[in-house]
Structure formats: C-alpha cells, structure tokens
Design a protein around this ligand. Structure first.
Ligand code: UDP
Ligand code: MG
Length: 393
C-alpha cells in the first residue's frame, strides 16, 4: 500500500499583479445545466455518481469569452454547479501548459459533461502565467489563479479547491506526467461509491532516486495509518466535492489527503494510471522531501490518533517515564542501604542520573498533555467533531 513523497520549492520574487480567477462568478461559458447542480453536498448519497450526462459540454471554442472575468472572492467553498472541476497546480511548467491543455480539453469534451479547468500558477517565473492567460482568453472553461510568489503545492491546491464548483474535483500535475485519458477510470470508481480515487503511477517512470524512497514512504504510511495505497502522493486524484470541505490542508499535507479523508470516514481507493516521463522542466521536489515527509507522517499519525485526546498520549508516556525513573532511583537507594545490597554510595551510581532525568521527562510529558488538553478545550468546534454523510430532516 502506498504512498509517497513530496517536496517543495523555493519561494520566488513577486511577480507583477495579474487578474485573478473569478470565484463564484457567473458561469462563464460553463455548461451548467440545472441537472448538474448538486444539492447540499453533505446530503448527496455517496453512491450518487456524477451528474450523469450533464449537458453536452459546450464547444469550448465557440463560446464567447466573457469580457469581464473577475468576481469577489469568498473563503467558503463553492457550491457544486457543474460536473467536473480539474485543478492543476503550475510552477514553472510553461512548455507543458499547451500540450496538457489540449489533451485534457479533448478528453473532457469527449466525456460530454459540464466542466471547468482551474490552473493555479504558484509564482512561476518562466512565462507559465502568460501561457495560462492565453488559454483563459480562448476557452471559457479555463480559470486561472496566480499567486504573488511560490507558496507550494498544498496552498496551490487549496486555492484551486476553494474555487472548484464541480461535483467531482480532479487534481493533476501540470508536467504532462499524468494522462487525461485516465479520467473515465476515476469516474467509474466514484460511481462504485468511493469518495476519493487516488492514482497509482504504474509503471512509474521516475528515476530510482525518487521511486525507491517513495516505496519505503508508501509502505510506512500504509502501515502507520491503515490507508493502503501504493502511491499516496500521486498528483492525479479525483474527489467528491464534500471531501474538500471536510479536511484542513496546510504545510505540505497534500501528500496525505487520502489519509485525512479516510480519517473523516470517506471511502478511499486507487486506480493504476499510465505515467509519462517528465518532458519539460524539472521536478520541484528533491531529497529534502523524505525527511519532511517522515515528520509530516508523524504529525498525521498524531492527528489521526491522539489529536482529540492528547492527555491519553502524553499522560501515558509521562506515567511510564515517571515509573521507570522512580524504579531506577529506588533501586539505587535500596542497594545502598538494605543489608543485602552492595552498599555502593549513591553518588557513585551514574544510573541515578538516568532515573532523575526520566522523572523530569515524566513530569514534562504530563504537563505537555495538560497543556494540549487546554488548547483542545479552547479550540473546540462542534462541527469538527464529526463528519456527516447524510441527514434526513
Ligand atoms: N508545483 C507547484 N508548486 C510547487 C511545486 C510544484 O505548484 O512549489 C506543481 C508542479 O508544477 C507540478 C506538481 O506540483 O504540476 C508536481 O510537481 P513535480 O512534478 O515537480 O513533482 P514530482 O512529480 O516530481 O513529484
Ligand atoms: Mg511530476
């Protein structure tokens, strides 16, 4: 099972301001059949598949591009108005933009559902934004968000998710390594009732320096979280929209979305997808990702287990450490004074200090647990205590 790494890139110098994607704006050229409009996502039955045959997708090119393209931003997620949103983070992928768009556009048109493609330019400095802008001007399905600088893949996905109006939201990498013709496979799995379908790059065409550590990482994740995926970090995924309202993404947690979704009760699965070698540009994630991935894994495991009851973790650790320290020091003292002991002077027993250190650690573990409970108490938000699949009122 599986999963994999990640990494992030360096911030960049701010680029000049540009118009940003609209949000909740009028459905620009988007085929938005009423039938495709979902009701409150949380009420939608899980197996409810995509809004079947949404209106035949409009001939993108024939739709007149809207003159104005901006709308107020709102932090909340968009209501699902269309069938499919594809969110693509782009960081210095200028040469890949056009070929990826052509392949994706062809596939989405073939599906005949309403759709939108949301590109998030994560502070590119290689002309990616200009290429995206040209797409936006020629195709009303294309929306573009441009960051002021490079913030990382997770923030890029978060910005895309916040704007996505699709009942189903896809994510894909911008580097042509993911193949849009796999989209129907993902939809078929969602139709089976799954909420999240993760790609499994098979065979994976990356250098061994990437694939080997990734294997280990995937193994560790599946062992420690119970989410059995072979390629958790694959950028190609499909989500039911309501997942996106239910998880909090920050740092580099995009690697762990399937784990976070699983923890909230969503059904997660994977499909094998064709993987292509990187044609242009280079990978943004280097060797640092492994240590970071490991630390993030520790955090995710904590979030999944003791986040809600931190004293149970720190208190247990603290009590065990206290007991160990106490037993060690008690032994040192008894050994000195009891008639059958060795009568070694206490100050000549280095192990005495081990006992003392354990006692100190024990107390501080317990205090950490109590402090965590305090944070938990004040940060309590009732709606985060559960995840509703359906409500019959
Ligand atoms: N990416 C991004 N911001 C970053 C790093 C990467 O938006 O800071 C995008 C990148 O353009 C690509 C995707 O995230 O579309 C995956 O990156 P990459 O292909 O470099 O990762 P790899 O496939 O090598 O793991
Ligand atoms: Mg890649």
């Amino acid at each position: 099972m599986a999963m994999q790494e990640i990494e992030h890139a360096t911030p960049e110098a701010p680029a000049e301001q540009a118009p940003v994607a609209p949000r909740g704006a009028p459905t620009r050229g988007m085929t938005t059949p009423a039938s495709a409009c979902a009701e409150a996502p949380s009420l939608a039955p899980v197996a409810s598949t995509l809004p079947a045959t949404a209106d035949g997708a409009p001939t993108a090119q024939t739709v007149t591009p809207p003159a104005v393209h901006s709308a107020p931003e709102t932090p909340a997620s968009q209501p699902t108005e269309i069938a499919i949103s594809v969110v693509i983070p782009v960081y210095n992928e200028a040469q890949s933009v056009q070929p990826l768009y052509e392949a994706l556009h062809a596939e989405l048109e073939r599906l005949g559902k309403s759709y939108e493609i949301i590109y998030v330019d994560d502070g590119s400095r290689d002309g990616s934004f200009e290429a995206l802008k040209a797409l936006h001007e020629s195709d009303p399905h294309v929306r573009v968000v441009r960051f002021r600088r490079n913030f990382g893949k997770t923030p890029a996905l978060v910005a895309g998710f916040a704007r996505a109006r699709g009942e189903i939201v896809f994510t894909m990498d911008a580097d042509l390594q993911d193949d849009p013709t796999e989209i129907p496979q993902f939809l078929a799995k969602l139709d089976e009732g799954y909420d999240l379908v993760s790609g499994w790059k098979y065979p994976r065409l990356d250098p061994i320096t990437k694939t080997f550590p990734s294997r280990i990482f995937n193994g560790m994740v599946s062992m420690s979280t119970g989410v059995k995926l072979h390629d958790i970090n694959c950028g190609f995924k499909a989500y039911r929209h309501e997942i996106l309202d239910d998880i909090k993404l920050y740092g580099e947690l995009h690697r762990f979305i399937p784990v976070l979704a699983h923890q909230r009760g969503f059904r997660v699965t994977e499909v094998k997808v064709r993987h292509h070698k990187r044609k242009f540009g280079k990978s943004k994630f280097g060797a640092r990702r492994f240590l970071r991935g490991f630390l993030d894994l520790m955090m995710v495991v904590f979030l999944m287990t003791y986040l809600r009851t931190p004293l149970r973790l720190f208190g247990t650790l603290g009590i065990l450490t206290l007991i160990a320290g106490f037993v060690i020091d008690l032994y040192v003292v008894l050994d000195r004074y009891l008639p059958f002991g060795s009568h070694t002077e206490i100050h000549n027993r280095p192990i005495l200090f081990v006992g003392i250190i354990l006692l100190v650690f024990g107390v501080s573990f317990i205090l950490t647990g109590l402090q965590s409970e305090m944070i938990r108490h004040f940060a309590y938000r009732p709606e985060e205590e559960y995840s509703i699949k359906q409500a019959l009122d």
